[in-house]
Design a protein around this ligand. Structure first.
Ligand code: FAD
Length: 309
């Protein structure tokens, strides 16, 4: 790659774990109804044979899915060979309530938590007021989890700046604090500007952060929906991406092909740059992610040959 974009080589930038075989993780949302539960489980079963490093289950805004998240991760522990990572937020909850959830996860056999602060209610990017009796941020939450049990702890990272943060350098300081508190992996917010991501990662590594970082890959399931989601998160949606999807509103088959090709190209470039762990936002659908993984070479192991008679 051009030195104008980055002074670091692929291994230095990608950090611990780079050069390893490709490894993937999948993010799901807890279902609301029995119908959406069936859809989720169809996706889980389809993606399970790809042997992901872990599968994560989100926690609804303000803990609104607390029980559903718990049920879903418990079912993953009980009925699959997958390793679940339960998302957990601390916004709008007391420490005692959050600690109870953490202990509940440990007792259910969950060994990995994605520790997040959560968004201020109704104000993504607005002012956040921590509860006096709660964890103030994801750093405090990480320390709280670490004090309870030896979980693997993933945390969020924002290559294009968290909406409340004054700068990406501040975001890196926050990441360092989370690592000092016990975080073992960072998963990034989705992005489409790979050069900006690589420059950001150079700064992360130059700051001495060595934990693995999984780039968060968002396949474009629906371009209008993506733009709606990206805006408040402060994630630029590039003109080339809009151009790819322009005029395809009534052509879902072509949209799928374009979406797969965009994600494959992104992952291939990141792979060239030394990244080996990719976290896919699935929206509880397997089709696109399954196809992307196949092209990247992530496949189910071959069935064992039957012993010769
Ligand atoms: P923090 O790391 O605590 O940072 C939040 C903000 O506070 C940042 O602007 C940071 O710069 C600032 N900050 C942190 N520490 C300090 C300090 N000491 N002093 C001053 N400022 C500080 N949300 C959900 O509700 N449910 C989910 O399941 C969920 N999953 C996610 C998964 C991933 C991979 C990512 C990247 C995000 C996810 N989110 C989820 C969204 C997340 O909750 C929001 O982005 C939230 O606004 C920030 O969470 P955080 O853990 O990064 O917070």
């Amino acid at each position: 790659m051009s030195p104008a974009i980055s002074a670091l080589g692929p291994v230095a930038r990608a950090g611990v774990g780079s050069g390893r075989p490709l490894s993937v993780s999948f993010e799901f949302a807890p279902p609301k109804t029995s119908k959406s539960e069936a859809v989720l489980w169809e996706a889980i079963r389809r993606l399970e044979p790809l042997a992901p490093q872990f599968v994560s289950v989100t926690y609804g805004a303000g803990g609104s899915t607390r029980d559903r998240t718990h049920r879903t991760v418990s079912r993953i522990v009980g009925e699959t060979g997958l390793k679940p990572a339960a998302h957990l937020t601390c916004v709008e909850a007391s420490r005692a309530e959050v600690d109870e959830v953490i202990r509940g996860y440990w007792d259910a056999g969950v060994r990995h938590i994605v520790a997040l602060r959560g968004d201020p209610p109704g104000h993504l990017g607005g002012a956040y007021t921590p509860r006096p009796d709660g964890y103030a941020n994801a750093t405090e939450l990480t320390a709280g989890i670490r004090a309870i049990a030896p979980f693997e702890i993933s945390v969020g990272l924002y290559p294009q700046q968290h909406p409340e943060s004054p700068s990406t350098s501040f975001d890196i300081d926050v990441l360092k604090a989370k690592v000092d508190a016990g975080a073992t992996r960072a998963i990034t917010q989705f992005f489409f500007d790979i050069d900006a991501f690589l420059r950001f990662m150079d700064k992360v590594r130059a700051a001495g952060v060595t934990i693995p970082v999984s780039p968060g890959i968002m396949p474009v399931y629906n371009f209008a929906g993506l733009k709606k989601m990206a805006g408040p998160c402060g994630i630029p949606v590039p003109a080339w991406l809009a151009n790819h999807f322009e005029g395809l509103d009534d052509d879902p088959a072509t949209r799928q092909l374009v979406a797969a090709s965009v994600a494959i190209e992104m992952c291939a470039r990141l792979r060239e740059e030394g990244f080996s762990d990719f976290h896919f936002y699935t929206f509880n659908r397997a089709d696109l992610v399954y196809a992307i993984c196949r092209v990247l070479g992530v496949r189910e192991p071959p069935a064992p040959k039957e012993a010769a008679a």
